[in-house]
Design a protein around this ligand. Structure first.
Ligand SMILES: *Cc1c(COP(=O)(O)O)cnc(C)c1O
Length: 403
């Protein structure tokens, strides 16, 4: 089957601006608050607290810096083992390692693709002294928060929530970003709302919020000269960037609704193919549907082999694989992305421990869930500026891969 390539690229997830952003940026410019202090920062910190329901929020230069300050607040010391979601973006775990943490990666479960509570329980049996758990809500789908929190409480461990991808998603009606002691969101360019960059630390702990605020501005003490009692960082959010985020806050719900419509259109449009969508537990959670992903049925996978940097596959009738779909979409000027390669498969973390329940009671090719989802899954174009007509064509292109 042949298609015309898309005239303008259909993106995975790119910034969507509305005009309000420019007004607030201009306000920063016109009043000369072109720094890391100003009304946009104050307002956006207030708006995020109101929306999510946290007591304190701290505007920062990135989600990564928010996670770094969370690692410090959690008291991570050099050599401390921590537990962390395995299938995630490296920015979840790298900031823990800045503080000297030794991450133990916890396998994913099938229902949400997030941290498997059974594997976490098993990890505490192996390493009972662990005091920090870092939990991700992958692609905007909440993890099994109740189970994870109960295990953390039982073992007196601090929960850090990486809600970088899940802003606006709820679990039992409660926003993600409220479940951990210290939590991070991100305003990176591809997230559900963006500042071009930026992030926030969320917490209900006043003392922690004040301390993190101090660390984020080079740990200046309240003297007229530069006086320092701790190591500091230059992590504060810019008032210009905060203006973009401030404008975007008006459209967060609209973005989520558009992302959900995309997910549902894929679900419907792909329903007769041997694929499933990234799953969630409909009765207890409402994702923000940041990225729509598919998972190819095992018996409809063609041959695919991935090395460290390249992949190969063999076309087979009636079958396909993520590499074929990814490359075919690219050929028509549409952007997919392989599932985030699990941390335990990354060269940088290859010597770290990894805990899985090995999919007990399940039979599949790989001996853990993360590797299997990475092998058979693909993130689909999920940009909210994609029109229904463009999405229909994306679906046709995917369909053609199985012919
Ligand atoms: C984007 C992202 C981050 C990092 O946020 P930045 O603002 O890009 O630093 C952390 N964790 C996850 C899961 C992310 O997707």
């Amino acid at each position: 089957m042949q298609f015309e390539p898309f005239e303008s690229k259909v993106w995975l997830s790119s910034p969507t601006m509305h005009g309000d952003e420019l007004e607030y940026m201009k306000k920063a410019y016109d009043t000369n608050w072109m720094s890391t202090v100003g009304e946009n920062i104050d307002e956006v910190e207030k708006l995020v607290c109101e929306y999510i329901g946290c007591k304190y929020s701290l505007g920062l230069s990135s989600g990564t810096s928010a996670l770094h300050l969370a690692a410090k607040l959690a008291g991570i010391k050099r050599g401390d083992r921590i537990f962390c979601t395995d299938m995630t973006f490296a920015a979840t775990v790298n900031p823990m390692v800045y503080e000297g943490a030794v991450p133990v990666f916890i396998d994913s479960e099938r229902d949400t693709w997030n941290m498997d509570p059974a594997a976490l329980e098993k990890a505490f049996e192996l390493y009972p002294d662990v005091k920090v758990v870092v939990l991700v809500h992958l692609y905007g789908t909440p993890a099994k928060v109740d189970e994870i929190r109960a295990i953390c409480d039982k073992h007196n461990a601090i929960l850090i929530e990486d809600a970088a991808e899940s802003m606006g998603a709820t679990y039992k009606g409660v926003q993600t970003g409220l479940f951990g002691k210290y939590n991070a969101i991100s305003f990176n360019g591809n997230k559900i709302i963006t500042g071009s960059s930026g992030g926030m630390l969320l917490t209900d702990d006043e003392e922690a919020a004040l301390l993190a605020r101090k660390w984020s501005t080079q740990s200046r003490e309240p003297a007229s000269w530069y006086q320092h009692e701790y190591i500091g960082y230059n992590y504060r959010l810019s008032n210009v960037v905060a203006g973009v985020v401030r404008g975007q806050m008006n459209y967060l719900d609209e973005h989520i609704a558009a992302k959900k419509a995309i997910y549902m259109r894929y679900k419907e449009g792909l329903s007769d193919l041997p694929v499933t969508m990234n799953p969630y537990c409909e009765d207890i959670m409402e994702p923000n549907f940041w990225l729509s992903c598919l998972l190819i049925d095992e018996d409809h996978m063609c041959f695919q082999k991935r090395g460290d940097l390249t992949a190969e596959y063999k076309t087979e009738s009636g079958k396909s694989c993520p590499t074929e779909i990814f490359e075919t979409l690219a050929k028509y000027n549409a952007e997919g992305r392989p599932i985030w390669k699990p941390m335990h498969m990354q060269p940088i973390y290859k010597n770290n421990a990894f805990v899985t329940t090995k999919g007990e009671g399940e039979e599949f090719y790989f001996d853990n869930v993360g590797t299997d989802i990475f092998d058979r899954g693909l993130c689909l174009p999920s940009d909210i500026k994609m029109t229904p007509e463009q999405q229909d064509k994306v679906i046709q292109i995917i369909r053609s891969c199985f012919l």
